[in-house]
Design a protein around this ligand. Structure first.
Ligand code: ADP
Length: 241
């Protein structure tokens, strides 16, 4: 099938349908936070930092049985073509909630009673997929901070563009008529899905194929997440020798 953006199975940026954008993951990129990470999915660039476990403010939000997660997602004004008004809006609050839910079942929160774990995600440059890149970064930042988790969470969107099932959509692809964008987050090691969202109308068969292509992407992302963590910690071990 040949469309405006996809011709004979090749996309405008030269990618195959099931190919990720150039992926870059770095662990421990800032010194002040307990854990941090930088992630690029092509021209989408994000940073995540984790503080925790820390004291809960305000105190009445404390839970004596488990830690609480405080998640922030913020798009910097220069991250999009038309400068964005600084600060949080409805979309950023919704994304923070969704990301929080993606980690609730993964972090062993019962190991952190009466404390909070702060996850800050900053979108430096946006070309679709910011929430999935941010989840990928937050997961590496959590591991870098030494927070106990069931496993690393990897995240990417799958979707439908011009009738083709594709992996890791760009903004141009997302904006095509009839496009479907389906962000998926999962513990790639176990296959447990922790986030599944949907934008657009898809059939059950299409959803199945989209989730499958996203799973393939998550497995590749997990490898890069592990490599980034190993790189940081092997460098630290060498320094301490
Ligand atoms: P995600 O970035 O997780 O895919 P959306 O589907 O809401 O989330 O957004 C898709 C893309 O639309 C973003 O990555 C960004 O490129 C663009 N976008 C979102 N919000 C804005 C905004 N306020 N101003 C300009 N572009 C935006």
């Amino acid at each position: 099938m040949s469309g405006k953006l996809i011709k004979n199975g090749i996309r405008t940026d030269g990618r195959k349908l099931d190919e990720l954008r150039p992926l870059k993951i770095e662990a421990g990129v800032v010194e002040r936070a307990d854990g941090s990470a930088y992630v690029e999915f092509g021209t989408t660039k994000v940073m995540a930092a984790v503080y925790g476990p820390i004291k809960v403010h305000p105190r009445h939000m404390e839970n004596s049985r488990k830690g609480i997660l405080k998640v922030r997602y913020n798009m910097l004004p220069f991250s999009v073509y038309d400068r964005k008004r600084p600060g949080y809006d409805r979309r950023s609050v919704e994304i923070a909630k969704v990301v929080s839910e993606a980690f609730e079942s993964v972090i062993f929160l019962e190991e952190y009673p009466k404390t909070a774990i702060d996850i800050d995600m900053e979108i430096i440059q946006a070309d679709a997929g910011t929430r999935v890149a941010a989840i990928t970064a937050a997961s590496v930042a959590l591991a870098d901070a030494g927070i106990s988790m069931k496993g690393l969470v990897s995240s990417v969107a799958g979707g439908r563009v011009e009738g083709n099932i594709v992996l890791d959509l760009t903004k141009d692809e997302e904006d095509v008529d009839d496009a479907i964008d389906l962000p998926v987050a999962m513990i790639a090691r176990t296959g447990e899905i922790t986030l599944l969202q949907m934008d657009g109308d898809a059939t059950a068969g299409e959803i199945e194929k989209i989730v499958k292509i996203a799973e393939k992407g998550c497995k590749e992302i997990e490898k890069a997440q592990v490599e980034a963590l190993l790189k940081k910690y092997s460098a630290e071990a060498a320094d301490n020798r």
